[in-house]
Ligand binder design. Structure first.
Ligand code: MCN
Length: 762
């Protein structure tokens, strides 16, 4: 890379806009003549709707129209799009009970929307919503997956007996049974991967305008990409995808949550068309807790069989995923296929079997959340490995070394059908062990003991597949326009990942020009490609950026040749200038475009990549208070070739923080007796504070991917996948000398303190 654009690798170009309040988020879109919507939501966990009386609300001054479940049924907006199309156990397909976009006959969770008031202002809509009278007949409810599958449990959907939406398995049950029969030791744990609320900074919002002339809906909302949401709208309405024009500029975080075509948006469509006015709705934070999809929510029993030498023989999982009251588009895949594809982790385990069941409960639907099943899988695996190490009194790093997939077996086909590309598991581990001064821990523990603290050392060695997508290829178009700038069009959508910076750098690097000449334009042109999710944008859209830039050069060469009266084969290109080889004849890329704008399309099909890493953490626990302090966080990650190191650090930092949040505080809690959501605001849902993880030491261990043009592997989620098990292993390492074998997340001070007190008494 030339000095001319060495400055690219500093800050992010979007930051100035985002931190000075000049970003444009969902709530910032306002359209002339817009009306405002407010939703009436169920205050019951499970009930029949006997009647909805809208008379008083409709008479409220300023109210234009009130929509109810009857309108949803009349429109036929009842069938949702879900990603899972493949069969499960015994060839049976996923059960997709109808979900009217406004609850019609029954409500299935607190917060289930059953009416929408449209009025002149948001305040009037809210006032009127409070006048809607709903008569319910309460039904028995159930808020945990385990209780939902018990005999006699309340049933949520007639179509799904026993509350099971999908029963899926992976691997070979017979092979696992045989492996367990040979085992010298079995480590077994029952683990809760708690339900959490993603809570992006930006509350959800949407403004819909129906254009009569075009006969199209213009939807202004927070998304992860225009295509996936259009496909869902099309599936629900039965209309072609091009009837939906999606507008989005800045997205204030998503973490998987903004991939759904939420029911509210479809009711707004009904209203915008019928009333011939745009309809705007912006969620409050509390409403978000009740209606934005939640994440994780798995109860997993895991068993790891080992031989006498500590070699892994088999892994068996029984996985119950709490899906909430309805299926989301992504959740069903996140909790079946995703964990099964990386079920073997970084280990050579000859026999694997997992049974994954998706269960309905009277709670908010669950969807993909940063990592989407892979952190859950890594957590189960890494907890089991540490449990086995403790049981067998083997150093946990050593037990890992013994069981890593050997280098010579890569590319490695796992027993559940993934093909891992080359990784250097031993190399990453040894670097991390050194980086974290693993050997010096005993001394540090003694030091902590002197101050009355319990010190623990945690490790997680993880791998995950990135690259899941709905579309078979990714396209990017670059336009060299007359304005002296390049416009790069992509259908992926940054939600905070810094694509405007990173993608511009990819294009600028390839074209050997300054990156401020390159402008990334997301979602304004319909191309084929995936939304931003599954940590696949860099390998997909990013690689397509590189290929498009290469094509632009080739195309530019033929145009430049015409201008300079030469043959395209005589043209060279460097530093933004086309030259005729061996002559002084040349033309600048931007001058060429000024004469005649030109464009190029880059595209490709990019396979999964397998980022992997080792995170070693240390905690100190004050036994008098149960408070845990993370005193060291050392991460070594292989995310292939790094495009922008600062962004990668930011991504790992953010994801580690999210993992730490889940381990030390975050949890969505429902009251079993009433089915009410107890964590409905930031007063009672414990978001992590900046001080939770003070310093992360990071090292890149790049082994280029062979599956894409950049040699990059995805990195957006890997910090979650590694931090969740590593931090838990550290806490349990600190507590194990007291005889504490296991605690479920969140590891709050109260939980730890009580466990210590109980252990002292025992
Ligand atoms: N990157 C890089 N070198 C690599 C890999 C990635 O420089 N070898 C950079 C990329 O150029 C990009 C960023 O890191 O700017 C993340 O890239 P990638 O791993 O491809 O992930 P995606 O862009 O597809 O982002 C998705 C991922 C997911 S799935 C969730 S969930 C998530 C996340 O990213 N949600 C986020 N990070 C988030 N960050 C913010 N701020 N907000 C969210 O909602």
């Amino acid at each position: 890379m030339s000095d001319a654009h060495a400055h690219h690798f500093s800050g992010r170009v979007e930051d100035a806009r985002l931190v000075t309040g000049t970003g444009k988020y969902a709530a910032d879109w306002s359209l002339p003549g817009q009306l405002y919507a407010c939703f009436v939501r169920s205050d019951r966990a499970h009930a029949e709707i006997v009647s909805v009386n809208t008379a008083k609300a409709a008479a409220h001054p300023g109210v234009k129209r009130i929509y109810t479940g009857a309108d949803a049924l009349a429109a036929g907006y009842t069938q949702y799009f879900v990603l899972v199309t493949w069969p499960g156990r015994e060839g049976k397909h996923i059960i997709k009970p109808p979900r009217p976009v406004l609850a019609a006959k029954r409500v299935r969770h607190v917060g289930d929307a059953l009416a929408m008031v449209v009025a002149d202002s948001a305040q009037v809509a809210q006032d009127a919503a409070e006048l809607v009278e709903v008569e319910y007949r309460d039904l028995p409810h159930v808020v945990t997956a385990e209780e939902a599958i018990a005999p006699g449990a309340p049933q949520l959907h007639e179509e799904a007996p026993g509350n099971v939406a999908f029963d899926y398995d992976a691997g070979s049950e017979d092979a696992v049974n045989a492996a367990f029969a040979q085992a010298a030791h079995v480590a077994k744990l029952k683990l809760e991967v708690t339900r959490v609320a993603p809570n992006p900074m930006e509350p959800r919002g949407c403004t819909v305008r129906y254009d009569v002339q075009e006969d199209r809906y213009h939807v202004h909302t927070c998304i992860q990409g225009i295509l996936m949401i259009r496909r869902q709208f099309a599936a629900i309405t039965g209309l072609p995808e091009d009837k939906f024009v999606i507008h989005a500029q800045d997205i204030g975080g998503s973490f998987g949550q903004r991939s759904a075509a939420y029911p509210e948006y479809l009711v707004q469509m009904l209203a915008a068309k019928e009333l011939s006015r745009p309809v705007k709705w912006v969620s409050t934070r509390s409403e978000g807790f009740l209606s934005d999809t939640h994440g994780r929510g798995n109860t997993v029993t895991g068993e790891l069989a080992l031989d006498r030498d500590g070699k892994f023989l088999g892994l068996r999982l029984d996985w119950l995923a709490d899906m909430g009251g309805y299926l989301s588009a992504t959740g069903c895949a996140s909790h079946t296929r995703n964990p099964s594809t990386c079920m073997t982790g970084v280990y050579r385990i000859p026999a694997l079997y997992g049974r994954f069941r998706l269960i309905f409960t009277n709670t908010v639907p669950v969807a993909a959340y940063r990592g989407a099943g892979r952190p859950d899988m890594a957590y189960v695996m890494e907890r089991l490995v540490n449990q086995a190490a403790a049981d067998l009194k083997i150093d946990p790093a050593e037990l890992r070394r013994r069981n890593f997939i050997p280098k010579e077996l890569f590319p490695y086909k796992t027993p559940t059908g993934s093909t891992y590309e080359a990784t250097d598991l031993h190399g990453v581990l040894e670097r991390a062990v050194k980086f974290a001064d693993w050997k010096g821990f005993a001394v540090r523990r003694r030091k902590s003991e002197k101050t009355g603290k319990l010190r623990g050392l945690g490790i997680a060695t993880v791998i995950e597949n990135t690259g899941a997508g709905l579309y078979p290829k990714d396209q990017v178009e670059i336009e060299a326009g007359a304005g002296g700038q390049l416009d790069v069009f992509t259908v992926s959508q940054s939600q905070g990942q810094g694509h405007e910076t990173a993608f511009a750098e990819i294009v600028a690097h390839e074209l050997d020009i300054a990156s401020d000449k390159v402008r990334i334009r997301q979602g304004v042109k319909v191309l084929i490609g995936n939304h931003t999710g599954g940590s696949r944008s860099t390998v997909g859209a990013g690689s397509a950026c590189k290929l498009a830039a290469q094509k632009l050069i080739e195309h530019g060469k033929s145009l430049a040749a015409e201008q300079l009266e030469a043959e395209p084969s005589q043209m060279d290109y460097a530093g933004g200038v086309f030259t005729v080889r061996g002559t002084k004849k040349k033309i600048d890329l931007f001058k060429l475009a000024k004469k005649k704008p030109f464009a190029a399309l880059g595209e490709g099909t990019f396979l999964s990549t397998f980022p992997n890493g080792c995170h070693i953490t240390e905690v100190e626990i004050d036994p008098d208070t149960g408070v845990t302090e993370i005193v060291a966080y050392n991460a070594v990650d292989d995310c292939g070739n790094v495009i922008n190191h600062t962004i990668v650090e930011g991504q790992v930092h953010g994801a580690v923080m999210q993992g730490a949040g889940q381990i030390f505080g975050e949890q969505v809690v429902y009251d079993r007796g009433t089915g009410q959501l107890l964590t409905g605001s930031f007063m009672d849902y414990c978001m992590p504070r900046a001080g939770l993880v003070r310093k992360i030491n990071m090292q890149d261990a790049p082994l280029p991917s062979i599956n894409n043009a950049l040699g990059a592997k995805g990195v957006g989620e890997s910090g979650c996948t590694a931090s969740i098990p590593s931090l838990t292993n550290a806490v349990l390492d600190a507590l194990r000398p007291l005889g504490i074998r296991h605690l479920d997340m969140p590891l709050t001070p109260a939980k730890i303190w009580h466990a210590i007190q109980a252990a002292k008494k025992a």
